[in-house]
Design a protein around this ligand. Structure first.
Ligand SMILES: Nc1ncnc2c1ncn2[C@@H]1O[C@H](COP(=O)(O)OP(=O)(O)O)[C@@H](O)[C@H]1O
Ligand SMILES: [Mg+2]
Length: 392
């Protein structure tokens, strides 16, 4: 396949054609991802366009998108492949007579088991393999974009499992051999930054911290969504959202929230943005009661000219109190990280509530030993060169 992009500028243009406004830094990373064939790891708060980038990259390059959504406790069978047990069972039932023939003249049970064992390869073959997104991307005859989304939600063991794929664009199935991608997929990993990722994983990726965009780019994004809100009001709204991000909110509004708010205001026929109108509609962007109360308190000040200095998004959460919600709620990555940094995450006995999916066992150490230090079962995936074969 020819190169997807001719230059960094070409990346900016092609992504824009598909509705994604990228700055030079992001576009350069995407360009390198395609030219160097290296996975890219995007870290940053929720709602800054990490997932969207992978989707748009697929659209802009005409590649198929395969997505692995990560979650706590996810095991490798959900990421790489599973054996289709139901199908195996169905085949053995349908082939019962044939199987009886094979063992018919076996002198004893041990010999019968031996003969059945000889047939293993029939049942542990391509035919009975259910590929999950990672293997699917490697085996895909069409070029693919593999999105490994929110990897910080998964356990570190899964990171280890992915290393082989990230390194060499291959997946080993002990019973079959090693699948090697004919066309390496573009791999995009995202993290909301709720925990540190392993150094081994980071080392294999181009890394980019994606933050809230500057006001100009955010306005450009809002414009590109044709919200119907007059430009001057959109610019003002972007300013207000940026101020809100400077409050100590549990969940700061992302870009999609700004767009939603602009749409809501347009539908209401807003002609000017006064505190009253903003207070009436701020629930469009803030979904936690405490956040809402904070915003309601701040909004009159934010629009009355008595503005605080413009918020510095990158540091806005540096002092955020670590405030965990009920199970299943999305933690604000930076608040969690800030708490981690304060406490010193390697201190003995230090734990975060497991409801956040960021439990850290005491005395835990990062393993950074490549494939050999992998999670259960993964060690077996290391194959001798002799058994390797090129997957069909
Ligand atoms: N650079 C961008 N250009 C256009 N739209 C964007 C951009 N960044 C974010 N968005 C919008 O914001 C929404 C949220 O982005 P998303 O990728 O889901 O965030 P994240 O994965 O970082 O949490 C997207 O659906 C998209 O509409
Ligand atoms: Mg996302």
């Amino acid at each position: 396949m020819t190169d997807a992009f001719e230059s960094v500028t070409d990346v900016v243009d092609k992504l824009a054609t598909h509705g994604y406004i990228a700055d030079r830094r992001l576009a350069t990373t995407v360009y390198l991802l395609c030219r160097l064939g290296k996975p890219v790891l995007l870290e940053g708060p929720a709602g800054v366009g990490k997932t969207e980038l992978a989707k748009v990259l697929a659209a802009a390059t005409g590649r198929r998108l395969l997505r692995l959504q990560c979650y706590e406790g996810q095991d490798e069978s959900r990421a790489l492949y599973e054996w289709d047990y139901g199908k195996q069972l169905l085949y053995t039932q349908m082939l019962r007579e044939k199987i009886s023939e094979i063992v018919a003249d076996a002198p004893d049970l041990a010999a019968a088991v031996e003969r059945i064992g000889d047939q293993d390869s029939v049942f542990f073959s391509d035919r009975f393999l259910s590929p999950r997104p990672v293997l699917e991307a490697i085996r895909s005859p069409e070029p693919a974009v593999l999105l490994i989304d929110e990897i910080d939600r998964a356990d570190e063991a899964l990171e280890a499992v992915l290393l082989e794929c990230l390194d060499e664009y291959q997946v080993s199935v002990p019973e079959i051999g090693t699948y090697i991608a004919e066309v390496p997929p573009y791999v995009v990993l995202t993290s909301n930054n709720t925990r540190d990722l392993s150094a081994a994983l980071k080392r294999r990726c181009l890394h980019l911290f994606l933050d809230y965009p500057d006001a100009e780019r955010e306005l450009e994004i809002v414009r590109s969504k044709h919200t119907g809100l007059p430009d001057a009001l959109a610019a003002q709204l972007v300013g207000v959202v940026r101020e809100l991000r400077g409050l100590r909110l549990r969940k700061s509004p992302g870009i999609s929230e700004t767009v939603d708010w602009a749409r809501a205001l347009a539908v209401l026929g807003a002609e000017e943005l006064d505190a009253h109108l903003l207070m009436e509609t701020v629930n469009v962007v803030l979904k936690y009661e405490r956040d809402l109360n904070r915003a309601l308190e701040a909004l009159p000040r934010l629009v009355s000219g008595g503005r605080t200095a413009p918020a510095e998004p990158a540091h806005a959460h540096a002092h955020a109190q670590f405030d965990h919600g009920s199970p299943g709620e999305e933690p604000d990555g930076r608040a969690v990280r800030a708490a981690m940094d304060r406490l010193g995450r390697h201190e003995l006995g230090y734990r975060l509530p497991s409801s956040l999916g960021v439990t850290e066992p005491p005395g835990h150490e990062h393993h950074d030993n490549g494939r050999s230090g992998n999670g259960a079962g993964q060690g077996q995936r290391a194959f001798s060169a002799a058994t390797r074969r090129r997957a069909r």
